[in-house]
Design a protein around this ligand. Structure first.
Ligand code: SAM
Length: 444
């Protein structure tokens, strides 16, 4: 009987795609997916180390996974991804039963590592940082969705934000050749995929290594020419290289979704400098103004860190003022978490944990109100929704509009993976609800 594998993913969209690559590699080697860890011979934790909380979650999970090793010596446990890259020694100290340690972008070699660990009965370790662009292509990807696909366009990051561990875990930025990206998207479209999500740490700094004139904006324009492709998303651009050309492409190519996730991190000029983000708050607001004045309406979302070292109550007020000014459609907000190897570790004036928590709560409450008021404006609008999942509400279905708003509505499960027109009839701070166009009562 074929060996069975189970992968648990922690962290971002990029990790989710890395897990699909690992699954593709394992299946290509003859293994089959298992429904859960208890039924798997190979258990892989694909990890995140952006914040300490994510790391602690993995250690807690390893404590539970340990019992699966008791099922027999053929059970293989792997810890892969950013945490393995950053703290392999600590993982082995805390969980000496781990058989595989591999950094991110190792999807192509996981099956080999499983074989090696089984053969040698010693940990199989691959923490090499790949510098050449070749590894960005992956022959086998076992995708979880049949209509939305993540695509790696770049790996790593060459910025040195003071809080961020990513350059240490994923290495310097390497971009994938445009022709290879276009080919993968065209293949996915021929398999029936409607939406692609272009992924990289800072996608807006993309340059085609085969033709340096091809910027991210030009890549988007080329992808938009692919017949049958309905939607293109990307995550995330960096404010430091968000160009007028990129905005112009978003305005003129309806296939490019009208949603921009532009991480700001803080509204305080002083904190932004200390974070080494490489832009001023004035420059950030100038980009936001251009987006808001564009002829095509765009949803704008962001990431914010509260409690960065040296952030005073006045700095935090600047961030709250930024929320009021921009009126974001949604905000991912985090308490600052000190990370190994980052410049911020040497900064003084740490903000106490309780104060970080209090600031986060204030920020999230302020933002919730903004979102509630913003979502009210969608009442009566017709939105095209890519049906994604069974809704977690009393509605049957949920999906996303082009601007990334979650829309809940009723309809048959057969609509999964289809683009459906929905008229908005209600809202909350986090989602919209509506009625399928063909189900609307007469005269509405
Ligand atoms: N590459 C993107 C950028 O720099 O704009 C962000 C990628 S990161 C995986 C996602 C978010 O996690 C960041 O935008 C930031 O808000 C948050 N983050 C990163 N490092 C953090 C830290 N040390 N503590 C708290 N939040 C952090």
């Amino acid at each position: 009987m074929a060996r069975r594998f189970f992968i648990e993913t922690f962290g971002c969209q990029m990790n989710a795609l890395d897990s699909e690559k690992i699954a593709g590699n394992l299946r290509h080697s003859g293994m089959e997916p298992a429904a859960d860890a208890a039924q798997a011979d190979v258990i892989i934790l694909n990890t995140c180390s952006v914040r300490e909380k994510a790391v602690q979650k993995v250690y807690a999970r390893l404590g539970e996974i340990k019992r699966h090793k008791a099922r027999g010596e053929n059970v293989v446990v792997g810890v892969v991804g950013c945490m393995a890259q950053l703290e392999a020694g600590r993982v082995l100290d805390k969980a000496p039963f781990v058989d595989i340690l591999a950094g991110p972008q190792k999807g192509r070699v996981i099956a080999e590592l499983v074989e090696q660990a089984a053969r040698t009965r010693a940990p199989a370790i691959d923490l090499r940082m790949d510098e050449d662009p070749e590894p960005l292509e992956t022959a086998h990807v076992l995708r979880t969705s049949r209509w939305r696909a993540g695509i790696t366009i770049s790996e790593g990051c060459s910025r040195r934000c003071a809080f961020c561990v990513v350059p240490m875990t994923r290495g310097v930025e390497r971009c994938r050749e445009g022709a290879s990206i276009i080919q993968e998207v065209a293949e996915l479209v021929s398999q029936g995929y409607l939406e692609v999500v272009l992924l990289g740490q800072a996608v807006s700094s993309y340059r085609d290594p085969a033709c340096r004139d091809v910027t991210f904006a030009r890549l988007l324009r080329r992808l938009a020419e692919i017949d049958g492709l309905k939607r293109i998303r990307f995550a995330s651009p960096h404010p430091g290289d968000f160009t007028d050309e990129l905005l112009e492409v978003m305005v003129s190519c309806p296939k490019v979704c009208n949603h921009i996730h532009l991480p700001v991190q803080s509204g305080s000029a002083k904190v932004l400098r200390a974070m080494r983000r490489g832009y001023t708050i004035q420059r950030y607001l100038e980009i936001i103004r251009k987006i808001q004045e564009a002829p095509r309406p765009m949803a704008i979302t962001t990431d914010i860190i509260v409690g960065f070292p040296g952030e005073t109550a006045a700095d935090f007020e600047d961030t709250l003022r930024l929320l009021d000014e921009v009126q974001y459609d949604s905000v991912f907000s985090f308490k600052y978490s000190p990370r190994p190897g980052t410049a911020a570790l040497s900064l003084k004036d740490e903000v106490p944990e309780a104060e970080k928590g209090a600031r986060l709560k204030v920020l999230q409450e302020r933002q919730k109100l903004i979102q509630f008021n913003k979502n009210a404006a969608y009442l009566g609008q017709l939105m095209e929704v890519l049906v994604d999942e069974e809704a977690r509400t009393r509605f049957a279905l949920a999906g996303r509009a082009s601007n990334n708003k979650v829309v809940n509505f009723d309809g048959p499960l057969a609509l999964m993976g289809r683009l459906v027109p929905v008229q908005i009839t209600g809202f909350s701070a986090n989602s919209l609800k509506g009625v399928r166009l063909e189900d609307r009562p007469e005269g509405s």
